[in-house]
Design a protein. Structure first.
Length: 265
């Protein structure tokens, strides 16, 4: 059986934004704050609320984006190649709706693709557009402990999930980061234990998987969520299903990126 259903965005539409500020938060994370009148039209859903993010390519004098939320991809493909924007997926790190502001934490990785490069270069006033996609996290009211596993690309999602869980929730979050200074503080229920692991020289995801294998997960696991490098996400699921006999219907897993491969478009 497949995992839980996604939770759709509430009234998805294209939201036009403008860069307000950009700061290097830690060795691998750059926070870009965007604002605009349209931010307050978004409905915060908490958890791992994610969106398509459309960016101007170098050499383009303006940002053009598709117009239909439902058929944006064919529209995008129909655009002349020189006019197409870059598109990548990101997560809401923080919303300040009254101020019309939104933070995105971009992982600035080696071999930067267009997303990371855009964040590194983003200047105040640069325009961008997002299309809200809703949530992948869906514990569907399942009772029991929560297990969350990810790398720094999923840190905004994990922070959002921990900040959205009921106060009485219990569980474990395993987060792999490239450097100990990439560790962030975020609100979480007292019963959720956060285990940070440093990648060191290991392959992306291996340190988090090793931590997971050593975890004593209580028998009352209700729901598990894993996101980050492809092999980390699939490895988490495989471990839980094969070694811990967790039912697939209780696991959401998403490869956010793939080592050595660019996101297409
Ligand atoms: C639902 C969802 C939510 C996401 N939220 C976030 C978010 O909030 N913040 C965030 O930073 N990312 C997030 N991601 C991941 C992000 O979309 C990908 O990392 C994306 O590939 C980055 O695009 P890029 O143009 O920088 O690199 P690409 O052009 O896709 O890839 C270029 C090279 O960089 C490598 N690479 C890509 N991402 C990483 C990485 N994180 N670490 C190390 N190497 C990498 C690739 O393996 C490739 O070799 C999310 C993905 C999904 C599906």
């Amino acid at each position: 059986m497949a995992g839980p259903e996604r939770v759709a965005a509430v009234a998805p539409r294209f939201i036009e934004l403008e860069v307000l500020e950009s700061q290097q938060l830690s060795p691998h994370v750059r926070r870009v704050t965007l604002g605009g009148d349209e931010v307050s039209a978004m409905t915060p859903q908490g958890y791992d609320q994610w969106f398509r993010f459309f960016m101007r390519r170098d050499g383009q004098d303006e940002l053009r984006v598709p117009t239909s939320p439902a058929t944006w991809f064919p529209q995008y493909l129909a655009m002349r190649e020189q006019q197409r924007p870059w598109v990548r997926n990101y997560t809401v790190r923080d919303f300040r709706l009254e101020a019309g502001e939104l933070d995105i934490d971009f992982v600035c990785h080696e071999d930067p693709g267009p997303g990371a490069a855009w964040a590194m270069a983003a200047q105040r006033g640069e325009r961008a557009v997002l299309l809200d996609e809703g949530l992948l996290y869906n514990d569907d009211g399942l009772e029991g402990a929560v297990l969350v596993v990810g790398d720094e690309s999923a840190l905004p999602a994990i922070a959002g999930i921990c900040g959205s869980l009921d106060e009485g929730s219990r569980g474990v979050a395993v987060i792999e980061v490239g450097h100990r200074d990439d560790i962030q503080r975020f609100d979480r229920p007292a019963g959720v234990d956060v285990r940070w692991v440093e990648r060191g020289a290991a392959r992306a995801g291996d340190s988090a998987l090793e931590e997971l294998r050593g975890l004593s997960i209580d028998a009352g696991l209700g729901y598990a969520y894993s996101a980050g490098e492809q092999r980390l996400a699939t490895g988490t699921r495989r471990h839980l299903v094969r070694e811990r006999a967790v039912d697939k219907s209780r696991i959401t897993f998403t490869g956010y990126w793939k080592l050595g491969a660019s996101y297409v478009s």
